[in-house]
Write a protein that binds this ligand. Structure first.
Ligand SMILES: C[S@@+](CC[C@H](N)C(=O)[O-])C[C@H]1O[C@@H](n2cnc3c(N)ncnc32)[C@H](O)[C@@H]1O
Length: 234
């Protein structure tokens, strides 16, 4: 049962509060797509692949678009102690039970001072931005602003690889949706985020060009329908 942000002492708000009671079909599908443990295992694998073993355990880390906070739990299990999360949804942040400081807010306006963070992470959030390229430019500028000079940025976002095309094809198949709850949840999420999702997937060149105006890549790969990027601020 989601708790309201006010019930969680670690949760702060820096934007207009949304109704914490109104059911949201996208959020319901996101919550049933994977169990928390599946998600945490997935995040730990990604963080290792993107260099987390080398980050100092006292690094100041922010996960943007952190949703229900399983990425924060993954970071905590890897031994990081100074962790914060930001997400627009009080309902999702309200589900987080860990010790990281969570802030309800818009990632286009980060509530952090310049050059105060060592690592900024986004796992599946940029493709939710409503207006490309403007909102992406604002978000990248904010990440660059809050990162220390030797800081690290990490993104994992959907990418239209052949594998993702196959997943899309399968998720449109009613039989596959009936047989797999996960496929049904994915199809429901795609349906409700279609505008931003398609806007994101249709502009790969713009995104790769824009990311390089803010960050120098130290790793970039495309696998299993994902863009994996790690970089340092320009
Ligand atoms: C696909 S979820 C990803 C959540 C989490 N990173 C994960 O992988 O489980 C996208 C999240 O972005 C959040 N979001 C969308 N636009 C946002 C914005 N402008 N600022 C902050 N969060 C935003 C949504 O509330 C949602 O929790």
């Amino acid at each position: 049962m989601p708790t309201s942000p006010a019930a969680n002492p670690q949760t702060e708000t820096n934007s207009e509060p949304q109704s914490a009671r109104r059911p949201d079909p996208w959020e319901a599908a996101y919550l049933r797509f994977e169990t928390p443990e599946e998600e945490i295992e997935k995040f730990i694998g990604r963080l290792h692949r993107l260099g987390a073993r080398q980050w100092p355990r006292d690094a100041e880390i922010v996960e943007l678009f952190c949703g229900r906070g399983n990425g924060l739990i993954a970071l905590q299990r890897l031994g990081f102690r100074r962790i914060e999360g930001v997400d627009l949804s009080p309902r999702l942040i309200g589900q987080y039970q860990g010790s990281a400081r969570c802030i309800v807010g818009d990632c286009r306006h980060l509530p952090f001072a310049d050059r105060t963070k060592d690592v900024v992470i986004v796992q599946g959030g940029l493709h939710h931005l409503a207006v490309l390229p403007d909102h992406l430019e604002q978000t990248f500028s904010e990440m660059q602003r809050v990162l220390r000079k030797d800081g690290r940025v990490v993104f994992v976002e959907p990418w239209l690889t052949p594998f993702l095309r196959l997943v899309h094809w399968a998720s449109e198949n009613p039989l596959a949706r009936r047989l797999s709850k996960k496929m049904d949840a994915l199809a429901t999420m795609i349906h409700h985020e279609r505008t931003t999702y398609e806007q994101w997937l249709s502009q790969p060149q713009l995104i790769r060009k824009m990311v390089r105006t803010h960050f120098v890549p130290v790793h970039e790969s495309f696998s299993w329908g994902k863009w994996n990027f790690a970089g340092t601020p320009q």
